[in-house]
Write a protein of this length. Structure first.
Length: 292
């Protein structure tokens, strides 16, 4: 059963005015409990508008959004409750930090849930751990932290609500490679610990290739492709036409095939290419004809 799904979801900005713009239209979508979903598409394709509907931040112009098979907008009370269950991390969330200490910033969501002080404290420390924050950082002002630690504090503030679904819009944008890897690893840790659904919007194809179970591709406000990373990244020419590209390692594998090496299709991570090359090396040592 789907955790979140949409039926004919449409959103029009400035409807009925000369500035009317259809951001997304007629989207039928679903994501299951525990699934890790990647959302990709060119800038302006509707990704950010779409995800803001999944926790009720935006209301559809037409169509419906369901959480646990209940209409998200059946009542204001249900919409509010669902926002605690579907956590949304905006791009550059560190700019939304505002409390006097990191602890208070992370505690903001749990406090609004009406939790008791002891549980709030437990959740803050748990979320800080998932986000890769040391407990020594909690007493500091969030504005004293480095950019990377601010990002972690902001993500921890959403994780502290223990959402069943965690939605992130470009969570690693602007971070160095090590920082990107650590943030993705922390998100995975949370997902596995709580069997949470994760939806990640990103332009980083390498990052999404090694993490997600399924990819949804947006173009001009519609979902135009979905499938496993292997299925989506095998459509490199179509991706290029949409201003995207497969991971570099997939392009390298394709080039090796063009040169006559027996590299299989469906390679989209460095680990997969390494395994393929090691396999060819072993075959050569055994006297096989892989390089013939």
């Amino acid at each position: 059963m789907s955790l979140i799904r949409t039926e004919k979801l449409t959103h029009i900005y400035s409807a009925g005015t000369p500035f009317e713009r259809v951001a997304i239209h007629d989207i039928d979508f679903s994501v299951e409990k525990g699934e890790y979903l990647g959302v990709i598409g060119a800038t302006g394709s509707g990704k950010s508008t779409f995800i803001q509907h999944l926790n009720g931040l935006l209301k559809p112009t037409s169509g419906r959004v369901f959480f646990d098979e209940c209409d998200l907008h059946e009542s204001k009370e249900y919409t509010r409750k669902t926002r605690f269950k579907v956590g949304l991390v905006f791009q550059y969330p560190e700019y939304q930090l505002f409390e006097s200490t990191v602890f208070e910033d992370i505690a903001f969501g749990p406090k609004n849930m009406g939790l008791k002080e002891q549980e709030i404290r437990e959740r803050v420390h748990e979320a800080a751990g998932f986000a890769g924050l040391d407990s020594s950082e909690l007493s500091k002002s969030p504005f004293e932290l480095s950019g990377g630690l601010k990002r972690r504090a902001a993500i921890a503030g959403v994780i502290a609500m223990r959402p069943e679904a965690l939605i992130l819009d470009e969570p690693t944008a602007g971070l160095d490679p090590r920082g990107r890897d650590e943030v993705v690893r922390n998100i995975m840790d949370y997902k596995h610990a709580h069997n949470a659904t994760v939806i990640m919007v990103t332009h980083n194809m390498e990052e999404i290739a090694r993490s997600v179970d399924r990819i949804v591709l947006f173009e001009e406000g519609s979902v135009v492709m979905e499938g496993t990373p292997a299925e989506v990244f095998s459509e490199n020419e179509r991706l290029k036409a949409l201003g995207l590209t497969a991971p570099k390692v997939t392009l390298i594998a394709a080039r090796l095939r063009a040169l006559g090496l027996p590299v299989s299709q469906g390679i989209y991570t460095i680990a997969q290419l390494r395994q393929a090359l090691l396999g060819m090396t072993e075959e050569k040592k055994r006297g096989g004809d892989s390089f013939a």
